[in-house]
Write a protein that binds this ligand. Sequence first.
Ligand SMILES: O=C[C@H](O)COP(=O)(O)O
Length: 388
Amino acid sequence: MTKMLASVTGGEEAEIAISAGADIIDLKDPKAGALGAVATETVRHTVAAVAGRRLTSAVCGDLPMQPETIRARVEEIAATGVDYVKIGFFPSENVAACSEILQPISKKKRLIAVLFADLAPDFELLSRFAADGFHGVMVDTADKAKGRLLDHLPPARIPAFVDRARGLGLAVGLSGSLEAPDIPRLLPFAPDFLGFRGALCGEGSRTRSIDAEAVKQIRALIPEEQRAGRASSVDYRLLAARGYAPGGADSALGTDKIFVREFVLPVEIGAYSFEHGHTQKVRFDVTAEVLRVTSHPEDMRHIVSYDLIMDGIRMIVARGHVQLSEALAEQVAAHVLEDPRVVRVTVRVEKLELGPAGVGVEIERKRAKQQPSALHARHDHGKKGVIS
Ligand SMILES: O=C[C@H](O)COP(=O)(O)O
């Protein structure tokens, strides 16, 4: 299951994050940069105070890409007893050398390579990290003022990154100014962890202190593993909605309709030869009938996000040429029905450049009774279980 990583500045914030349910306590000084490091002594004390109640990690700072500087710093942080050491790899011709020099340390400490979605990350580096014994790879953002992870690494590009990392045996983390609505969009990729700082702080400002209420709200959106000695805070309705558990929403509450209208994308589509090798504008209109889980919807736990529909369409379109509008509509309908709360979906696909206005197809599909959730299937595949 996906773990929640909370970046904290020291022992006091660590306790807040622990009591609000974070799985990984990550030491970081947000005032000192994207991967700003806290004092090594603070890492040591906090790790000792956490005392195995949670996994711990620490960043090494926004270091120059100089192999010897990085090696020395990673050794210093590793010696604190922290479980994971996170190392930022900024674009440089020295990246391979900086990774390679860490080989001996990676044999005794779990290292996480951090790439930055807003700095044109080179995912070819993943095989370098795997060869050098890294435990995992994480994507973050370097400039927190310039957008969230999904602004730089859109959902359609995430499967390629996740699949590649998984194929190399690397754990996968996603972060970068993530906010609550990003969580249901990222969970289907089954990352090993999602990392947060800004969303846990007062007024969403990552340089303020973390706030217990904000941590709890984020925690509630990530299905939680049962932890010994802790009353479970699992929201079973959420789990059901994500396909992690049998059961479903309260049918007595009936359904709502969510919709996406006039969503236009360039698509490689068409059966004629003149339609191959280039894109044409296609308009999507989708309405999904969703089971309600509460009569008082308050946050992301209680809804099916229309972002999931748009993300799905983008991912399907990114797979390449499709011959028929009908086939495209079927794929979109199947994707939307993967959410077990969707009972019926209408999909209209219109090519906008072939006729006076639009030409296309509209289909309606219902969830077949007892149809096993595709999300079940995805998660049953464990680490390989990502949308492709
Ligand atoms: O490791 C994760 C981060 O600390 C993310 O920080 P952020 O949510 O402020 O971008």
